[in-house]
Design a protein around this ligand. Sequence first.
Ligand code: PEP
Ligand code: MG
Length: 589
Amino acid sequence: MSPEKPAQKEVVVQGIAASQGIAYGQVFVYLRSDVEVPSYQVTPEKRIEEVSRFEKALLVTRQQIAKIQSEVEKNLGKDESMIFDAHLLVLEDQALISETIREFETSGANIETCFDQVSRRYVQAFSQIDDEYLRERAGDIRDVAQRVLQNLLGQAENSLARVAEKRVVVANDLTPSDSASIDRGAALALATDSGSKTSHTAIVARSMKVPAVVGLHDLTRKTKTGDWMIVDGYEGLVILNPSEQTLFRYGKIQQRKKSFEQRLIDANRQPSVTLDGVTVPLMANIETVEEIAQVKEYNAAGVGLFRTEYLYLNSSIVPTEQEQFLAYKTVAEALAPCPVVIRTLDLGGDKPVAGFTGLLFKEENPFLGFRAIRFCLENPAIFKDQLRAILMASVHGKVQLMYPMVSGAGELARANALLEECKAELKSRGQPYDETLSVGAMIEIPSAAATVDLLARHCSFFSIGTNDLIQYLLAIDRGNDHIAHLYEPTHPAVLRTLRQIVGDAHRRNVPVGVCGEMAGDPVFAPLLLGLGVDSLSMTPSSLPQVRFLVRAMKMSEARELAVAALAMDSAREIYALCDEFYRQRVKVD
Ligand code: PEP
Ligand code: MG
């Protein structure tokens, strides 16, 4: 770290760690203000030109947002980049555009004035709607409208774009159009008053690979442009005017982290084998065909979970059998001979799908509602299109099929009966499929966990979806911030359930993997392996850290860890035990 000497008192502010890394530099405080819109009349002969100025501004805005979206997609994946879809949709909103032009034709006022008025009316109308999703659209419209106005007025180079030297950008929050303005080389780190781990700022920072801390409340009032600041994206801290001692300490931490990251990169190409010689298959979770590149880059042993709902979410109509076949075939072929587990549709409930209008309905308790396999069994035509597409792809690689949200053996038997119908249909069409295709079930509902022995009669592998299993076991909505602290993967009930699932499955010679977030967390991975889990599937970028840990531990130690954890009576104690196991092996703080 450079030895710049701050004169003022050191202030430490705790926020939420949003993007890993440590940075030290001078602050640039960015406070957003609404664009000032001049108002004047446009002469009749200039009217055509005025409308084309508007169309051009819409186009430029679209290009700016699409650029950052594709950057985020490239660096973080499709899922994260989808937050920009809502903004792009605003620019395509025909009602907003034609109303602006109508206003212009009747009033003759300049197009900025008309667009400003119409978009404000939209923001006002959306912010009063009694539906959280639609209310959030008000923010999207406001943000995009400001950027269109800046482009119309030639002010797109706002104050953020003027940050030319490396600075720590401090703001209330950063909207997508703010982030489109930041010069990628200029931001050393981001620190914002509001935001969560999944806010725009956090996603953009991770995509830009710069450290970020969000949720710092009133940081913008505590600091000013030119101050010196450390941003610690590991611990979620910012340190204003750090002392010499703090700078020295952080210099050391940064060195250690850098050398640890290098060790992770080195481990990435090594086999995933424990010190006592047990091979642990480490697989990838993917959502789109584009992620094949990451599966290869991170050296995964295959795809343990292909979440297919994204094919449906990205389309305004239900994808056809042929469209799905092409997507599944591409993945199977690219990764052969490694296995690819394709999970059938897990939609419904809280995830509305444009193509399914009329098939899904608003529910009081969407997480306990008409979703996933329940929806598929009630809509056999849609389900069978997908099953046939998977069967057809199975001759192009090593495909396995998996049903989500299974709650009992009856459901599994019904799904398999439809699968048999599909096989017969393909046979009569003369279409080949892999006759040995293996079928599995996700264990993510407590009733499935309790009946693993019965489910084992209908399938040949299990994958535990800990994200949902924990939510249903502990009755904690996995997306609710207010109770997020109660969502405890190390709760004794979770451990006992995992032990029972693995035991019941292994007694019937059925292998069990884990594909929930726990599998990609190096603190929990040894516990899962110690409980007897056979493979782990995770976000591709988590593979190096889990592989590193697998290579640094003995399976016998993981088993002892699980025995010790099962004897404990609180989630906190178990977490501390797992954390200690992890720290001893990676020797990093
Ligand atoms: C899970 O529930 O753990 C899982 C992997 O499925 P999803 O996160 O897609 O619900
Ligand atoms: Mg799930």
